[in-house]
Design a protein around this ligand. Structure first.
Ligand SMILES: Nc1ncnc2c1ncn2[C@@H]1O[C@H](COP(=O)(O)OP(=O)(O)O)[C@@H](O)[C@H]1O
Ligand SMILES: [Mg+2]
Length: 240
């Protein structure tokens, strides 16, 4: 039985989708059957970050409405051993899912994949609560800024109330120079704001930004410190 893990955040633009694509690619490259579900209904991004935008024909709304099977809607990323994407609809009004539909959808993924990463929406919204239905765990993504951390903590509390028991967080876009400057929150402050375990940190690196915009997860075919970092985070996430 596989696991379904939600990637969430308080603020937008903190790096959820980039994190989802890279951790997913990392697992897939290890031979784990890996699926990515974009649940940012109306504002899908993962397809572009994976360079798969021209291959998407069907989306979450088609699956929920029973127009196509999940299998048919999945797009395979052939660069990696076992990586599949279910894109979401760009027409929010088309998406009429109830929690029971999401339960059924995630059941399919648990039965057919080792790991499913759900790229969720930012903030405390009904879409977040829907995406969190029955997930096995959640990773909160925050940046080292007070607003981002406080909002991530609010989302964490919401997820706890939704019954998500396993919750961890990562800090993305970390610039070591600023971290020790005293202007931005230090690691001590960060861990005091967040009440859940810290899974790891990802540095701010323009290469991450550039490769995402080329549709290439940075972990693809690289042997950089960034790739090693993602591997460490992927290991720890497997143990939660
Ligand atoms: N570690 C990082 N270093 C540099 N840029 C990053 C990093 N992580 C994400 N980005 C950039 O930040 C922006 C927002 O990332 P994205 O994953 O779309 O955020 P979200 O899904 O949380 O809205 C994108 O331009 C992306 O390339
Ligand atoms: Mg996103």
């Amino acid at each position: 039985m596989g696991r379904v893990i939600l990637i969430a955040s308080g603020k937008g633009g903190v790096g959820k989708s980039v994190f989802t694509s890279n951790i997913g690619a990392t697992y897939a490259d290890r031979g784990l059957r890996t699926a990515l579900i974009d649940m940012n209904v109306g504002l899908r991004n993962l397809d572009i970050y994976m360079g798969l935008e021209n291959k998407v024909i069907f989306d979450t709304a088609d699956v929920i409405d029973g127009v196509v099977s999940v299998k048919k809607a999945l797009v395979r990323d052939k660069r990696f051993q076992e990586l599949y994407l279910l894109a979401t609809t760009q027409k929010k009004e088309k998406f009429k899912a109830e929690p029971a539909d999401i339960t059924k959808l995630y059941k399919y993924f648990r039965e057919n994949f080792d790991i499913t990463l759900v790229d969720g929406p930012a903030g405390v919204t009904d879409d977040l609560k829907l995406a969190a239905t029955d997930v096995d765990a959640a990773v909160l993504v925050a940046t080292p800024e007070y607003v981002s951390l406080r909002d991530a903590d609010m989302v964490d509390q919401t997820l706890r109330k939704c019954g998500v028991k396993q919750r961890v967080y990562i800090v993305n876009k970390v610039n070591k120079l600023y971290l020790s400057s005293g202007i931005l929150p230090t690691v001590e402050v960060i861990t005091s704001i967040m009440k859940i375990p810290l899974l790891g940190v990802v540095q701010f690196d323009d290469n991450i930004h550039l490769s995402a915009n080329c549709g290439i997860p940075i972990v693809y075919g690289q042997s950089s410190y960034i790739e090693r970092n993602f591997h460490k985070i992927a290991d720890r996430l497997l143990n939660y």
